[in-house]
Design a protein around this ligand. Structure first.
Ligand code: NAD
Ligand code: AKB
Length: 314
């Protein structure tokens, strides 16, 4: 078996830190190179190699891939939905050009596998709200969603045209305690746990009845690794797989926290992110992922809340 050497781009982000650590467990610390615009990350320090890298600098990226004998690339650098609406040009530029740089280099250097995440943000106001199917009307209304939808078709194109084995998941909103989220609409579901523990109260930027698809980070990391380890012949979706964990509203997550912290209070002050959330589905049908590579989530709202509060306390 060829020895794999993995480059994670955007390794200092919410997903990057945990995915890098999981890949290091699987492939060995020195075989997973963490990279990011940020110079270092305290959570990754001492766990393996870390390089400072801008995915927009194609030449430097190409040099790293050759110099380090990279065989797999995980591209996580992106601008998320809320930050994207504040700076649409920057979001489009980074989300598209970063992906095209990676796909081009993967093609030229015969990289074995590429991972690039999409999002439930590909769906828009005209998509079905409940159990949104893999294939349906897709008319995203945010620049982030447009960039993810275009990116999915670039992945499909590089696979069909050049044989690049690029795989992708449409993550729901991700909830985690290790690394802070980076400018998304679903970030409230991370902030709420931190503020429940420190302040015993939280002012939510979404309305109480805003249901969104969500997932606990351990499930997201497992899904990513299961997708990437699945035999090539099982991967029938070359745009991006729907992925589902759980769905809840701010009112429901607050109630689950109140079971552990009875004095916790939530108030609501919706802002511009409400419109973004309203444009997305409330729940996702991930039967294609289940059928093709056996995906099944493990966490629900109750077990996630228990785990989040225990870990944040310690
Ligand atoms: P994040 O914002 O937490 O992390 C992104 C990382 O990329 C940051 O550490 C940032 O410094 C780095 N970065 C930014 N520009 C860069 C550049 N030019 N070169 C190199 N690195 C750069 O994001 P995340 O939440 O970890 O998301 C990772 C991926 O997963 C993104 O594609 C995102 O769209 C997708 N996703 C995330 C979620 C979620 O809830 N977190 C949900 C759906 C999809
Ligand atoms: C965001 O809210 O932008 C992300 C996502 C669902 O893609 N968490």
């Amino acid at each position: 078996m060829t020895k794999e050497k993995i480059l994670v781009i955007g390794a200092s982000g919410q997903i990057g830190v945990e995915l890098t650590l999981a890949l290091r467990n699987l492939y060995g610390n020195n075989n997973v190179i963490a990279s990011d615009l940020r110079e270092q990350n305290p959570l990754l320090e001492g766990t393996g190699p870390y390089v400072s890298l801008d995915v927009m600098n194609k030449e430097m990226l190409h040099v790293q891939v050759i110099r380090q004998n990279i065989t797999q690339i995980y591209l996580l650098a992106a601008i998320l939905s809320a930050t994207g609406e504040k700076n649409p040009n920057l979001a489009w530029h980074l989300n598209m050009q970063g992906l095209l740089n990676v796909l081009d280099i993967a093609r030229e250097e015969h990289i074995h596998k590429v991972y690039w995440p999409s999002s439930i943000a590909v769906f828009g106001p005209t998509s079905p709200k409940q159990n949104c199917p893999q294939q349906t009307i897709i008319e995203p209304s945010t620049v982030y969603g447009i960039s993810k939808y275009a990116g999915e078709f670039w992945c499909n194109y590089y696979h069909q045209r050049f044989g690049v084995d690029v795989r992708s998941l449409r993550y729901p909103g991700l909830i985690s305690y290790k690394s802070a989220p980076g400018g998304g609409t679903t970030d409230y579901a991370v902030e709420i746990y931190l503020e429940a523990l420190t302040e015993k109260k939280y002012e939510c930027f979404l309305q109480e009845d805003t249901y969104l698809p969500m997932m606990y980070m351990p499930d997201a990391i497992r899904a990513t690794i299961e997708l990437m380890e699945a035999p090539k012949s099982n991967i029938n979706v070359r745009t991006s797989y729907n992925l589902s964990g759980m769905s809840f509203s701010p009112k429901e997550i607050a109630l689950s926290i109140k079971q552990h912290i009875p004095e916790f209070e939530i108030t609501y002050k919706p802002d511009y992110r409400q419109e973004i959330a309203n444009s997305w589905p409330q729940s996702i049908d991930d039967s294609s992922a289940n059928k093709d590579w056996g995906w099944k989530p493990q966490y629900n709202l109750q077990s996630m809340t228990e785990d989040m509060l225990t870990n944040l306390k310690s």
